[in-house]
Design a protein around this ligand. Structure first.
Ligand code: GAL
Ligand code: CA
Length: 343
C-alpha cells in the first residue's frame, strides 16, 4: 500500500493524509519539547549581602540543571521589591518560585498570589507561620530547627564554663553574659536566644544577662553592638553569644580593639552558621565555638522540591533526596562545631 501510495506521488489523497499524520507527530514532538524547555524556576532572595544566604543561593545555582534553569533576584532588604519580583516571575510564566522572604509575615500574601496563578512555592530560611502554610498545598518550607542551634550553642558554653574555672572572672558563681541578636522577628533570633539561655539554665548555671541588642546579622552590626556593651560594662562581661558568625566576628573585632585575645585576656564568643569565614576564626582560636548551618543541603533540597513541582509532580522524600515531614517541611540538621579549647 505504502509503496503504491508513494508511487502515486504527492497529489494522491493517501499521501496527503500521510503528510497530515507526519505533521501531527511533528507538532506533538515540538509541543512536548518546547514545554520542557520552557520550565524555569524563579528565586527571590531577601538580601544578596547576607553571607549565609549567599551560600544557600550559590548552592541553588550549582544544583540547578540546564533543563530547568534558575533566575535569582535580590530584594536588597525590601519586601515591596520582592513582591514585584514575584509578580514578574508569575507574569513571565515561571513554573515554580523559591522564596527567602524579606518579612516572613508577608508570606501569606505571596502564597495567595501564587495560588491564584497556580505557581508552586518553596520557602527557605524564613519560615512562614503555620496559618499561611495551610493556605495551599503547593507550598513547601526548607529550613533548620532554630531551637536545636540554640541548644548546641548553650552546650558549648556550658562545656567551657565547667572545664575552665577562670570563665567566672569575678568569682561570683554567676555567668555574666551578653547577647547579640539577629534581626528582630526572625524565628532564628528568637529561638536561638531562648534555647541558649534555657540550656545553660538546665545545665545548672546561674545567669545574669547584662545586655542584649540586635546586630542585624551583619559584621558591622556585631562590631557596633559589642563596642557599646563594652563601653557600658567592660570587664564585667564574661561571655558573648552572637546569633550568627558574622556578628560574632564583628564582636571579636571590637573585643580585639579593647585589648582582648592578647596575653591572658580572653573572651569566649559563640556564633552560629559555620560559614567559611566563621570556620577560619574558629580555627585561629578567636571563636570558642559555632554551630554548622548546612547551606549546601538547604539549597539543594529547595531546588529539588521546586524542580518536582515545576514538572507537575508531588515531591516525595525519595525524589527530593531529603526527608519531607508533615507533608511539606524539610528540616536540615545543625551540627555543633566546638573550637580548639573544647577538644
Ligand atoms: C539565619 C543565619 C543568619 C542569616 C539569617 C538570614 O539562619 O544563621 O546568618 O543568614 O538566617 O535570614
Ligand atoms: Ca561571674
Amino acid at each position: 500500500m505504502i509503496k503504491g501510495a508513494l508511487k502515486l506521488g504527492s497529489g494522491s489523497a493517501f499521501c496527503f493524509s500521510m503528510r497530515k499524520i507526519l505533521c501531527l507527530f511533528l507538532f506533538i514532538f515540538l509541543v512536548s519539547c518546547s514545554s520542557d524547555k520552557d520550565l524555569k524556576i524563579g528565586v527571590a532572595v531577601y538580601d544578596f549581602e547576607d553571607s549565609f544566604i549567599t551560600e544557600v543561593r550559590n548552592s541553588i545555582v550549582e544544583c540547578s540543571s540546564d533543563d530547568i534553569p534558575v533566575t535569582v533576584l535580590d530584594a536588597a532588604g525590601r519586601q515591596q521589591t520582592q513582591n514585584e519580583q514575584i509578580e514578574r516571575f508569575i507574569d513571565e510564566g515561571y513554573s515554580a518560585i523559591i522564596v527567602n522572604s524579606v518579612d516572613r509575615t508577608a508570606s501569606g500574601v505571596l502564597i495567595e498570589k501564587c495560588r491564584q496563578n497556580d505557581v508552586p512555592l518553596v520557602f527557605f530560611n524564613r519560615e512562614p507561620v503555620k496559618d499561611d502554610m495551610a493556605k495551599w498545598d503547593k507550598v513547601y518550607y526548607v529550613g533548620a530547627r532554630a531551637e536545636d542551634s540554640g541548644i548546641m550553642a548553650g552546650e558549648i558554653m556550658a562545656d567551657y564554663w565547667y572545664r575552665y574555672p577562670e570563665a567566672d572572672k569575678n568569682h561570683d558563681g554567676i555567668l555574666q553574659f551578653v547577647v547579640i541578636r539577629g534581626e528582630t522577628g526572625h524565628q532564628d533570633t528568637e529561638l536561638r536566644t531562648e534555647y541558649f539561655i534555657d540550656t545553660l539554665f538546665s545545665e545548672g548555671i546561674a545567669l545574669d544577662k547584662l545586655h542584649e541588642d540586635t546586630g542585624s546579622w551583619t559584621r558591622e552590626g556585631g562590631y557596633s553592638v559589642m563596642s557599646s556593651f563594652l563601653s557600658h560594662s567592660g570587664d564585667r562581661i564574661e561571655a558573648v553569644f552572637a546569633n550568627n558568625d558574622d556578628m560574632a566576628i564583628g564582636a571579636i573585632e571590637a573585643l580585639q580593639e579593647a585589648g582582648y585575645f592578647s596575653g591572658d585576656s580572653y573572651m569566649p564568643v559563640i556564633g552560629i552558621d559555620g560559614t567559611p569565614v566563621g570556620k577560619a576564626v574558629l580555627e585561629n582560636g578567636r571563636l570558642l565555638g559555632t554551630v554548622f548551618n548546612d547551606a549546601r543541603s538547604q539549597g539543594e533540597a529547595a531546588y529539588n522540591i521546586a524542580k518536582e513541582l515545576a514538572e507537575g509532580r508531588i515531591p516525595t522524600s525519595d525524589t527530593v533526596g531529603y526527608n519531607i515531614v508533615d507533608q511539606r517541611y524539610v528540616w536540615i540538621p545543625y551540627t555543633p562545631l566546638p573550637g580548639n579549647l573544647l577538644k
